[in-house]
Design a protein. Sequence first.
Lengths: 399, 293
Amino acid sequence: MKKRIFSLLMVVSILMLSLAACGTKEDKADNNKDNKQETQDDGADKFYIGGIGPITGAAAVYGQHVMNAAQIAVDEINAAGGINGALIEYRFEDDVHDPEKAVNAYNTLKDWGMQILMGTVTSNPGKAVKEETHADNMFMLTPSGSAPEVVQYDNAFQVCFTDPNQGKASAVYIADKGLASKVAVIYNSSDVYSTGIYEKFAEEANNQNFEIVSAEAFTDDSNSDFAVQLQKAKDNGAELIFLPIYYEEATLILTQAAAMDFKPLFFGCDGLDGILGVENFDTALAEGVMLLTPFAADAEDEKTQKFVSAYKAAHDGTVPNQFAADSYDAIYIIKAAIEKSGVTPDMSVSDICDGMKDAMTKITVDGLTGAGMTWSASGEVNKDPMAVIIRDGQYTSAD
Amino acid sequence: MSFITYLINGISLGSVYSIIALGYTMVYGIAKMLNFAHGDVIMIGGYIIFTIMSTMGLNPILAVVISIILCTLLGITIEGIAYKPLRRAPSLAVLITAIGVSYLLQNIALLIFGAEAKSFTSVIPIKPISLVGGRITISGETLVTIPLCILIMTGLTIFIKKSKTGRGMIAVSEDKDAAILMGINVNKTIAITFAIGSALAAIASALMFSTYTNLSSTSGAMPGIKAFVAAVFGGIGSIPGAMIGGILLGVIEILSRAYISTQLGDAIVFLILIIVLLVKPTGILGKKIQEKV
């Protein structure tokens, strides 16, 4: 309840801030034009790529990995001479996994001169920002915003699977590998990401050789006690619990399951990625947890190894997660689309977007998160699902 | 079988609500004010235990003891700085101050510890026990919470009934001016009440975060509100009322989640509060106070 009052106050203050900002926007835009004009004269033309995601708050792990990995990709491209000779200028803004703040971040980046958006990292902010990018006709590529609504308009594309596809892929994976015959689901009914995956999972389960014995929801206001949901799963003899939720609640579920001596197999989607990074979380509890994600840092191909070691070197030995890989791929996908379409930095935002969205359906990119990724005009990606399993406190490939 | 498990879980959750509700109800009974910052003292208590135990690596019992001492000091400080100067002010002013203190504590915690949730390590190293061939499992936290709650309740009742300070509290709650005339130091009595309430909040935080291990700057808000509901439910100002209200609330919450809907647990809890207040505005054990004209 208090949270609500607080968020209301936040909304009011943000509104006031954005109103206050309106007056000066035009001047700033003019300044930007002037600046760009100058840089053009120098012959050092640049693509301005902006990123938006949570650097602080509940989903901070995702945003930080995306921000850092994109920087690595940008540095690599710039060191190799840029895209068609034009270097990339990159800037990342925090949205605290909050739609209003994401729109604020978008406006900040626009004032800075952004031409292409690599964001948002999470789905709810993405749904707010897509309206803005659609209105401005700005090209938008989200590394990990997986709700289908994020790519509703033709200017937006995804690197990750959409939520429904994650649900379907999870059901297929569980059945194919024969992981369980009785499955329980715990999902967050106040979150689109979670409900989206759950609905598709339940639909696909009808076609597969396992049954859903209990499906219990919780909400953002009642996300601390999971004893009831776990007890129902236990009573119904579930061998596997499917968790299409984010990692913070998952740590609670794992702790409470251990406290009631209940040890099923836990299976999640990309929202569980980051669970090993929660401060003071006993990673032994996560032993054997499986998650559907297109990236495992221990994979032995040269591309992954090169990326992982670059990331570790730049960030005190932190192992990059799936979000980092999505983001690294996103920058290279933008590069491929720019090269295919032949757009140049001096074109308007709208012209760049028109060229790139046309090129997106024609390119094929081999990235960290999948070989031969292609895109449909709807913005959804086409690639094979993969799963990782947590062993000895590390994400390792399950296949 | 699962009904019994739900019931035990409900009583365990309710016991935590009771301990928190005691803080609300004692302060209301004696100082006639609603201390909305009480829930946030719980959150601070959680962070103190977390810091001592997980960051500094000391013994959990020691961490809880230090947390009780620091929370007691915090309670006295809040009362002395924010509420004492307003003793003669209209009650609305005190209420608003309490909300202000609540946000202050939340934002201080946010500044110091950041927005990311921390995973709290249980202070209770007891393994879960299985009964009836594994069909009922009781967690170590539950095994400690319920007896501890009963112990606190009995101790507190004896303290108030038998000790001089305790009887001073009753006197202040019944008639502040008469208590002054009888030589009772009202300010000291109110400070002691805050000290006891905050110490209980520290104990509640150890029990609560051991079961619900996510610790963030808003972790105290919802349990605080629920405990306030429990206090009103049982009859605000009444110590046995807080106990009954808390346990009933916990049981209702868990059972409605188990048998009606996992999503509607909170809605049902607040609905019941409204119904109780409509039928019996003073709560289950609340006394009817006659307004003197």
